[in-house]
Design a binder for this molecule. Structure first.
Ligand code: PMP
Length: 401
């Protein structure tokens, strides 16, 4: 028969939090897009790794060999998780911000970079010079705008930078089509997948993605480990991102830098446990995608239809109701600042959301038609229907004051 895999469990899905009235309630964490709680399987993988915890690559002792093996195996796990080409580089970084800055460092001088202004600042800001495209009114317009901008770019290397899933609206960008127009124009495509990988599988080979970046801490692993995966040539040709041990192959009067993209850009002792944890999260999610996606689909539906029924609540969307999206929903509440909504949700209902502009100032300004802030509810593996219903009831109560 068909084996039904359970939803992977997170740590802290049921912790008590204090309320302003003196009582306590089980925490409704609706802030997964900022950082996701740790998976139980991630915790177990770290516990298993600890007895042989040692420094990688440079030690000959048994523990060092075991840890090096685990660290390099994690690279292969990530490669499989992303459907990356066998010969592509998988560089461990600190987070998505670090990955995008590494890519910006490695991009050949004179490369024309094209980026949508809807990006998270981590993907918007690292480029020395970039053409910024305004928020497109439809996914098709995103593709045609990228096509035009790349075609009109000066001859030379070209790079399109785009988000996979928006950290503000959760909307999914048409990656396969964008990759096609990039390649048709002799450009590469770099994808900020920070908000996609916790929710849906990615297949770099099938989609034709040249680079993918993401963070471990949004993928149910701890802070401090991230990934930049993709074509090795630019990375191998660039000087080391950090200079030091590991990045250097031989040092005398002149320094020869390590030839592999990974060694060259991972100078210093790496975050071994973070990487092992990140890989455990990749393995755990890979085995559970169908159940994870179906469950989230159901919950986000419940949230969005509930919000739509509230007269004073306005969901922010770029492409409208029917656009495919992951479990991230931002909204404005008439007559309330986002901060006051978020504080009331926390202090009176034990609900954790985020408020502000979500490190995507140009995009939020576009969505709100000017300055302002929004509230963001984002879902993950520990989210329950009760959390959604509690948020909807709380908003109903707030807006009727
Ligand atoms: N890109 C997107 C789409 C994000 O949502 C985030 C995190 N908010 C980042 C990049 C930056 O991730 P990190 O803070 O882990 O570098």
């Amino acid at each position: 028969g068909v084996r039904v895999r359970p939803i992977p469990r997170v740590i802290g899905a049921d912790v008590p939090v204090p309320l302003r009235n003196g009582g306590h309630v089980s925490y409704a964490n609706l802030d997964y897009a900022a950082s996701a709680p740790c998976l139980e399987a991630v915790h177990e993988a770290v516990i298993r790794a600890l007895p042989y915890y040692s420094s990688v690559h440079r030690g000959a002792g048994y523990a060092s060999q075991v840890t090096t093996g685990a660290y390099e195996k994690a690279r292969e796990t990530v490669r499989t998780f992303l459907g990356a080409w066998r010969r592509s580089a998988v560089v461990f970084t600190r987070n998505t911000t670090d990955s995008m800055n590494l890519l910006a460092h490695a991009v050949p001088a004179g490369t024309s970079v094209v980026v949508f202004e809807t990006e998270h600042h981590a993907s918007l800001l690292p480029w020395k010079r970039a053409v910024r495209l305004p928020a497109p009114a439809t996914p098709a317009e995103a593709v045609s705008a990228a096509d035009r901008a790349l075609r009109e770019s000066p001859i030379g290397s070209r790079l399109l930078v785009v988000t996979a899933a928006s950290n503000v609206t959760g909307e999914l960008w048409p990656l396969a089509e964008l990759a096609q127009v990039a390649h048709r124009n002799g450009a590469r495509i770099a994808v900020d997948a920070a908000q996609l990988v916790p929710h849906r599988p990615v297949d770099m080979t099938a989609l034709g993605l040249d680079y993918v970046a993401f963070s471990g801490h949004k993928l149910y692993a701890p802070f401090g480990a991230g990934v930049l995966a993709g074509r090795a040539d630019w990375l191998r040709a660039a000087g080391p991102y950090l200079k030091g041990g590991g990045a250097s192959a031989s040092v005398g009067e002149t320094t020869h830098w390590a030839p592999s993209a990974e060694q060259r850009h991972e100078a210093g002792s790496p975050n071994v446990l973070g990487v092992i944890a990140l890989a455990a999260a990749c393995d755990t999610l890979s085995a559970a995608w169908e159940a994870v996606a179906a469950r989230e689909e159901h919950l986000v539906q419940r949230l969005r239809s509930g919000l739509a029924a509230l007269p004073h609540v306005r969901e922010l969307t770029l492409w409208g109701d029917r656009a495919p999206r992951v479990g991230i929903v931002s909204f404005a509440v008439d007559g309330w600042t986002a901060r006051d909504v978020a504080l009331a949700l926390s202090d009176e209902h034990g609900i954790g959301v985020r408020d502000g502009k979500f490190c995507a100032h140009p995009f939020v300004r576009h969505l709100l038609d000017g300055d302002g802030t929004a509230v963001r509810a984002s879902l993950g593996l520990g989210t329950t229907a009760e959390h959604i219903d509690r948020l909807l009831a709380a908003l109903t109560e707030l807006t009727s004051r």
